[in-house]
Design a protein around this ligand. Structure first.
Ligand SMILES: Nc1ncnc2c1ncn2[C@@H]1O[C@H](COP(=O)(O)OP(=O)(O)O)[C@@H](O)[C@H]1O
Ligand SMILES: [Mg+2]
Length: 233
């Protein structure tokens, strides 16, 4: 099994060398826990290696995302990096790929996913991020339908041997957790008015893994995981 670096060395250490290539992972945590920053580390690690990377933003508009990520040193001028803004442009519509028709966001996760699937099938992306997948889920009426819709996407990326990070804003157990190969959870606790951050790996198929929660820091240079320390909130 080939390992893929998350871009955060301490997290790679927790994962016994990194994510496993060609698999789909869920990155979850409350707002402000650092999901987008970690997802960007993962994406930019690929870009650094000359891989093609697709980042689909459904939460923050791309302009804002780029501004925020620049504040911690990420640069966005590499042609290997494709940032797609699928945030709704008004209450219902979202244009996913230039040239594709506007997707009725509130109605059709199916069309949104099929646009993403054809993009993934048409190009050899080695890494894909969907940030957050929660936006899509909100538009589907049942969990069963959601699973059925997600499945073709999972199959497509599997065929292409693409490593995928799905970001989720839900803290409780998500339906996606049963469908992915691993789950990374980011935590944040208020200790006497100061935030203390942590990370744990709650599921990781096919490998040994660090079962401890480890402290995590976010600075103006990005995310650092202290894999040799114990998280004590
Ligand atoms: N330049 C920075 N320096 C230090 N911390 C930062 C910086 N930019 C963002 N952060 C921290 O990261 C948090 C946001 O991380 P983000 O990845 O956007 O969270 P999420 O996607 O989980 O909502 C902010 O709440 C802030 O605490
Ligand atoms: Mg985010």
């Amino acid at each position: 099994m080939v390992r893929v670096s998350t871009g955060v060395p301490g997290l790679d250490a927790m994962l016994n060398g990194g994510l496993i290539k060609g698999r789909v992972y869920l990155l979850k945590g409350a707002a402000g826990t650092g999901k987008t920053i970690l997802a960007m580390h993962f994406a930019m690690e690929g870009v650094k290696n000359g891989e093609d990377v697709l980042y689909i933003t459904l939460g923050e508009p791309s302009k804002q995302l780029v501004e925020n990520m620049r504040s911690i040193g990420f640069e966005f001028d590499d042609p290997h990096f494709r940032l797609v803004d699928a945030t709704p442009i008004d209450h219902v519509k979202s244009v996913v790929f230039t040239g594709s028709p506007g997707v009725e966001f509130g109605e059709s996760m199916e069309r949104l996913l099929s646009s993403i699937i054809s993009e993934v099938e048409g190009k050899d992306y080695s890494r894909v991020v969907v940030d957050p997948i929660t936006m899509m889920k909100l538009t589907v009426e049942s969990e069963l339908k959601y699973r059925k819709l997600l499945l073709p996407f999972l199959k497509a990326v599997h065929r292409k041997n693409t490593t995928v990070l799905l970001v989720s804003e839900e803290e409780r157990t998500n339906v996606e957790e049963y469908m992915v190969s691993g789950v990374i959870e980011l935590l944040r606790r208020d200790v006497n008015g100061t935030f203390v951050r942590g990370v744990r790996v709650t599921k990781f198929r096919g490998s040994a893994v660090d079962e401890n929660t480890r402290p995590l820091k976010i600075t103006s240079r990005g995310m650092v995981v202290l894999s040799d320390r114990v998280f004590r909130p």
